[in-house]
Design a protein around this ligand. Sequence first.
Ligand code: FMN
Length: 192
Amino acid sequence: MPDPNSAALEFMLSRRSRPAKTLMPPVPTHEELRPILTAAARTPDHGKLEPWRFIVIEGAAMARLADLAEARGAALGKSSEDIAKARNQFDQGHLAVAVIEVQKPSEKIPPVEQTYSAGAVCLALLNTALASGWGANWLSGWVSHDRRFCEDGLHLAANESIAGLIHIGTERSAPPERPRPDLDSITEWCDA
Ligand SMILES: Cc1cc2nc3c(=O)[nH]c(=O)nc-3n(C[C@H](O)[C@H](O)[C@H](O)COP(=O)(O)O)c2cc1C
């Protein structure tokens, strides 16, 4: 007979991101962040390749990345709205964990499975932060996909990319529920 973990089930059935712009200090200390990162690294990973790592962005790094986002946006000819949005992510951020996808050479594990695992780490990190009582939000934005931003801002190597920027802080107010998928329209029961 299954032995349900009611608290975990209740959490998974009600979990909800908190918009990054509503997150305020205090943010988790390094000691508070360690178990959250430890749980996130406990993620399915075909072949034990560990195709991911973390960069914790805080303090002066936020301001540096805000300036870089603006400079890259101007160099790429982005609209002022796109530049402001990219800048705001760091200007308004207090702590974010960049989950870095690290593609490892493997004859057995295709690159896409490493990408899926990195995405799973992002969700595990988001959920563990939420379950720990913090507000958290998974963001990307065009900067995440700009090589120059990744290399100049976070010193990523050629086999590395940003899977997600998980902002963590103290929530000011719980957001309204977001519409959720209709289960029957996304589920097929295949028994023959
Ligand atoms: C890969 C990925 C990237 C995202 N990037 C952004 C973003 O840049 N800006 C944004 O407003 N939301 C972004 N979102 C959506 C937010 O995380 C959104 O708050 C979330 O989907 C709400 O989900 P939840 O309430 O089920 O936790 C992204 C989501 C994913 C999965």
